[in-house]
Design a protein around this ligand. Sequence first.
Ligand code: ATP
Ligand code: MG
Length: 371
Amino acid sequence: MSKSAKKPIRKLSGVQWQLLKNQWQIVWVSSLVFSLGILIAATIIQSSPYLFEHYSTITEVPLFSNAFFLYFLLASFYVLLINLSVSFFYSYPFAKHVKNQAEKLIDAATSFTRGKLTSRVEIQGENEFSQLSERFNAMAQHYEKQVFSLQKLLSENSLLIEQAEQAASLEERRKLARDLHDAISQQLFAISMTMAALPKLISKNQQQAITVLNDVEKMVNNAQQELRALIMHLRPVTLDGKSFEEGIQALFEELKVKNKHLTLHLDFKQQTQLPSKIEDQLFRTIQEAISNMLRHSKATIFDMKLYEKDGRLCIALEDNGVGFIVEEMEKKGSYGLATMKERMIELGGNLTILSYPKKGTKLELRVPLRL
Ligand SMILES: Nc1ncnc2c1ncn2[C@@H]1O[C@H](COP(=O)(O)OP(=O)(O)OP(=O)(O)O)[C@@H](O)[C@H]1O
Ligand SMILES: [Mg+2]
């Protein structure tokens, strides 16, 4: 509500009193003009006796006597009183009527702005006030309908979000099943087949058996690596009440414990507290980047820097792994990379992926801080 709408109207500046004051000014002025007219007429009569020679009494009696002034004053006062009373008698009810109509409109508008959308105003007649009330009612009805359809849209939207979330978790499960099948189950199958052939091979060719055993060890390591990446995927995707910094540090602690071959660097220089929705989205993106690094990069060093620059939060994630050709992956429509980009766009930021085969991968996330 604006300041002027809140300001109470002082009684004497209200429309009713304005109208009455106006009327009284008219009365004063007309009474004064009337009295002056009488005075001028008397002066003319006195100074031009030949005009009224037939009316000897008028010319013989001197007009400007004390009695004349007394009668004149009494008559002027009487006229003024009559004028005032008559004007009050007619103007007061009209002014009150105008004031009531204006108050009805003000009351309706006030309760409307306070959220009572059913607020309407009834003013009969064919004047500007009745027109104003009609327009107000039409506007209020229009606004009420819009609010209603907005609320409907909102609830439909939240239903859609719920359905999308259900579909997403279903999709997540399918992906997990596929990953478990492709990565873990097939590797375990290959390991068990190789192991089954080992006893015979040991008795036939011990040297070859040792080579196969080394291969098996590599396969087991691979499977273990894949499992770790999957576990990273399965971690709770929200920060669960932890601060962003605490969440990231916990993630790095976990990485350190489970990936002894990896050298990790974390440089956290963020000061600003971000809204939790933004922190969650960033956390998910970082999780996917780490999961990719664990699954695909074969890296031995992983670096994460987080800092603020030019009103933006910048996160750089870098590994020294095998790298890949970004354009090729983007053309393939890779799900993980595409989702990371979408998340950043949703936050009004962007994601740059720099990667070259055998030269490692660097992801740069940038998010504006004052959204
Ligand atoms: N840090 C990385 N090092 C090497 N290659 C990577 C790295 N990150 C991504 N890639 C390559 O980019 C591809 C696409 O990654 P993306 O995350 O989109 O898919 P994904 O990890 O294979 O599957 P998912 O849908 O489960 O994430 C990966 O298959 C991998 O070849
Ligand atoms: Mg991925």
